[in-house]
Design a protein around this ligand. Sequence first.
Ligand code: PLP
Length: 428
Amino acid sequence: MQYFSTNRNSPAVSFREATLNGQPPDRGLYFPDSLPKHDRNFLESVSKETVAFRVMKPFVGDAIDDETLTRICAETVDFDFPLRQITDQIYALELFHGPTLAFKDVGARFMSRCLGHFSQEETRKTVVVVATSGDTGGAVAAGFHNVEGVEVVILYPKGRVSRVQELQLTTLGGNIKTLEVEGSFDDCQDLAKQALTDDELREKVFLTSANSINVARWLPQQIYYWFAMQQWQETVEPVFCVPSGNFGNICAGLVARESGMSAGHFIAACNANDAVVKYMESGEYETQESVATLSNAMDVGAPSNFVRMLEIFGSEYPKIKENVDAYRVTDAETSETMKRVFAETGYVLDPHGAVAFDAMERHIKMHPESKGIILETAHPIKFDSVSQIIGKETEVPASVAELFSKTKHSTVIPVDLGAVKETILKNI
Ligand SMILES: *Cc1c(COP(=O)(O)O)cnc(C)c1O
């Protein structure tokens, strides 16, 4: 399988090159030139590791030998992905049982191991630059911590991530350097993009990105959609509702569906950052300044994977509308949903899951026969708001309790490429 650029001005490349480049030179996004077709039976009585291998093998091709890929897949899915029923019609696929308690662990683990494997042949130092709105950084940091020959530079918006997220970002040390940017997530993302294409840096180090634009992070997110299908016992096809920010997660699900996963409709659940919701309403796409919300990992004004969604549907607006709905959920609605669901069912949603739950309920109102799966993308403990809103302390997992005893290490910088370059060059 080859990967072409969505801007169509860069050569097609293998999985290896797509992973190492991160982004094509023309600043589009890599996209697979064909999608595998799976028979749904390929799920029957096989282990998680085998599902992961079968899903990823066609995308990786010959870039990684089967033995290594088997190991990478096994390590990637080395925790639970339970599907829990919350109401008659709504289930939650819990994606927060990994090391940093969020779904991004899956992509980050897969990618870090691929990059570790590929960098064995690289003489320059590999530097991973990643902008995070909260969860990416922690997952990437954990994935890469102590991987030999790889330095990681993380940029996050000062004051806009939760306490647990910040500790996960700033307490590892070693090959993980953390920059606290005096700006928004979009500023961080812009800085990361500029650094990644900076000629001076590219001469000295091998630069790559670990954001969801990287195919090695993006594509493994398909795996847990198949895990959900393995656990799905209802007779109707499930509607998947995905709390969306950069739209990588939902696009991975849509790719899985194109590959034969028999899911029904997809719902993009958004907070006040509603560029895609507006697109669905009007057919016009305009990026925005991001605004801060309770579901802060989705505070993205210019979703980078939007072009992949277009690509999946051949840029045909009617086709997109037919397959995907998008809902906008306010912070007030998010809190109300968290409170109500906790009172009625005892289930503690995190703010991102709550956005999805609210969107799913609205969908069910209009389609009363449907049943669906929300992606619970993070553990509620990661968000300081949760216990205040539901009026009860969230249970603290052991991994989090340990974090509170650690010391934060980060450097505060203005929105300035020079400061990012200095950090990278100082560490090689
Ligand atoms: C990153 C993140 C999202 C958004 O995922 P995208 O792939 O960027 O759309 C949703 N929820 C949580 C908890 C996240 O960390």
